[in-house]
Ligand binder design. Structure first.
Ligand code: UD1
Length: 422
């Protein structure tokens, strides 16, 4: 198992490129399964979750070729003959559950393992299943597996209201509906850029989808979908993570290239409130740290509100702020496993229910800390980079799931981050 050894504190200076988005790429990969010919997707990051999903897709008989030099995936579903996603793979990555919609859309039938819980507490898929039933699918559960099937080639469809709004359920319902439902309407659909991008790719393939990016998405059946060439989007969470990293040390100033600033929702404005300078110029974002970080409280919300995937990093930034702030989590109430680890580095944080109160301005000092999930891990790296002395961040396999070339990018900005065998 690898770990990072980090020497702090060091300012970040220079320019780095943003990688393709992991969370956006996964629905695109699932969409490619619906095509009658191969699709090619560019700007796909080389990340563990992408390799895992490649293997999930291959189980079905679909050919997947990952040109790593070009970050380009080619997915050819012509020989798909086994519409299943086994537990051994699904348990490694919850988004494998997108295979339910993709396989039902493609073949009319699917057998997909239930994903189970995760480090953030229970993460149900009830909305995915109820939405499929509202569409006219038959869903049964047996021995940890979901069996889904459409009676006949198509169903009349219907409508379903997601409560709460869910990215995963919106994606799964779109995938299932595009080739099978005469008309299906999703109310309170997720408005996240990942959903909009999925709809763009499917529309290019020949799907009939209206309302992407709004709360009401209407899908009308397309008889055939063709494979396409399509580009993934840059990773908005990686972008936000580096923007936060740049705000943490008073001498930091970095430029992020290849970004899609319009996908960041309210985040750049929120970061500016700390006193950081955020300049957006086309696809470039320049962030300069403030001399003193002002405390800014945030509450996670669905897009375009403050993303839950940036709250651990934000709490870490607030440990260096001049005063008290809170981080309130409304999407995943238990997503605070990083708090005891930040405390080990010297942060002053108290936790009550779904709210962390951070008493900023405490000097952090290096020590060993343990990663628990993807975004928690990166927040420990951010903290270690401003802590005095050496830190070890253990179990960084979580980071390898979601941050492409993290140590190379941070080292390129002047941080001292090295990977070692634990
Ligand atoms: C996706 C992202 C994840 C991000 C999350 C919220 C991917 C691979 N993952 O996860 O990084 O943190 O969006 O932005 O893109 N819910 C139900 N029943 C369901 C489905 C969801 O109650 O059937 C609830 C969840 O418990 C949660 C809320 O809906 O409280 C939103 O979850 P959802 O948007 O589905 O998250 P994911 O798609 O799993």
């Amino acid at each position: 198992m690898d770990k990072f050894i980090i020497e702090g504190p060091a300012p970040l200076q220079g320019s780095i490129p943003i990688s393709g988005s992991k969370n956006a790429a996964l629905p695109l990969m699932a969409a490619a399964i619906l095509g009658d010919s191969p699709s090619s997707i560019s700007l796909v990051p080389k990340l563990k979750d992408i390799y895992t999903f490649n293997n999930v897709i291959r189980v079905t008989g679909t050919a997947v070729d990952f040109n790593e030099d070009e970050n380009r995936l080619t997915i050819d579903p012509s020989n798909l003959g086994f519409p299943e996603a086994p537990y051994d793979l699904v348990r490694k990555m919850r988004a494998s559950f997108y295979m339910l919609g993709a396989l039902m859309g493609r073949t009319g039938d699917a057998k997909v393992s239930l994903p189970g819980g995760c480090a953030w507490g229970p993460r149900p898929v009830d909305l995915h299943l109820k939405g499929m039933e509202a569409m006219g699918a038959e869903i049964t559960l047996e021995k940890g597996y979901v069996f889904g099937s459409f009676p006949g080639d198509s169903v009349p469809g219907g409508e379903y209201t997601l409560e709460p709004s869910s990215v995963g359920a919106t994606v799964n319902l779109i995938l299932a509906a595009v080739r099978r439902a005469d008309k299906f309407v999703i109310h309170n659909a997720a408005k996240e850029p990942d959903v909009v991008l999925l709809c763009s790719m499917l529309t290019k393939m020949g799907a009939n989808i209206e309302g992407a990016g709004t709360g009401t998405i209407t899908i009308k059946k397309a008889d055939a979908l063709k494979g396409v060439e399509f580009s993934n989007d840059p990773d908005r969470i990686e972008t936000g993570t580096f923007m936060i990293a740049a705000a943490m040390h008073p001498d930091s100033e970095i430029t992020l290239t290849g970004c899609k600033p319009e996908d960041l929702g309210s985040f750049p404005k929120t970061l500016s409130k700390t006193g950081a300078s955020v300049q957006i110029n086309g696809s470039e974002i320049k962030v300069k740290a403030p001399d003193t970080i002002k405390p800014v409280s945030v509450t996670t919300k669905i897009y375009p509100g403050f993303p839950t995937d940036l709250q651990a990093q934000w709490a870490t930034l607030m440990t260096q702020a001049d005063g008290e702030s809170t981080v309130t989590e409304t999407i995943y109430f238990d997503r605070f496993s990083y708090v005891p680890e930040l405390k080990r580095l010297g942060a002053s944080i108290s936790l009550e229910k779904n709210r962390a109160t951070i008493n900023g301005g405490k000097k952090l000092s290096g020590t060993s800390v343990m990663s628990t999930d993807l975004r928690a891990s990166v927040s420990l790296v951010l903290a270690a980079m401003v802590a005095n002395g050496q830190s070890e961040v253990l179990r960084i396999y979580h980071l390898d799931r979601g941050y492409e070339d993290l140590e190379q990018k941070l080292s390129g900005l002047g941080a001292s981050v090295t990977r070692a065998d634990d």
